[in-house]
Write a protein that binds this ligand. Sequence first.
Ligand SMILES: [Cu+2]
Length: 280
Amino acid sequence: MAPLVALPLAFSIVPKAGGSPNANHEQSIYIFTLVFAFIIFFGVEGILGYTLWRYRARKGAVADQIHGNTRLEIGWTLGAVALLAILAVFTFVKLGSIVDPAKSGTEGEQLAANNGTLYADLERPSPPSGKSLEINVVGRQYIWQYVYPGGVGKEKFAPTYAYEKMVVPTETTVILDVVSADVVHSWWVPELGGKVQAVPGYHNYTWFKISKPGVYHGQCANLCGRGHARMIATVEAVPVAQYETWLANQQRGLQEADAEAAKAREKLTSHAGAESVEHA
Ligand SMILES: [Cu+2]
């Protein structure tokens, strides 16, 4: 009876997956380990329960005095060693596909090829083709900012960015370069893989590759201050062409906002502007 209740309970806490291959591999390691843990747990508890019942105290019964059992002791030692070896081998076999980014699909590959790396970094992971879309994730109290490759304006110096919702192309390996502008935050979109800390002064990396359009939700996973609970993150995967349109729109929007801000600044700093503000 107990396993019938405990099993679904245990599987309800299995890490989410389905968004990206690394998240799927992480989940399979978890389930693999969980299954072994269940077999051992219920095996041991079952034998214990049976023994307690079978050899319970009865009037007139005299307990056997047993001193050790070499075969049994060697058996459970070797059993534990074998189990650890199986878990270790399975984990190491999977580890590569979790840590190393996968290769983009055809369309994504084309998009990623047009996106040069800004500077060299030994720690930055790279997919087999060396081509990926890199997005800078900046944690700050209390919002996530995403800085995209490609700038705004004539000189393209001003970065293209978005807040809270990250739009990404499908079938494209996306490398996230996670940093923080203030305190330690934690980037976590469960269906797209594990947590990555955003630490001031450090660059941490993670990646994902989403095959179908969809929306994934996340939340800053490190208590970072009063507004921590509101520090949510959304990742929306759209087809490559749609992503390019979105990026162009975003750039145009930023450019327009910049122009408006410049105009307002000018108005405020010029004498005539100051007066008109006063009389407004
Ligand atoms: Cu935070």
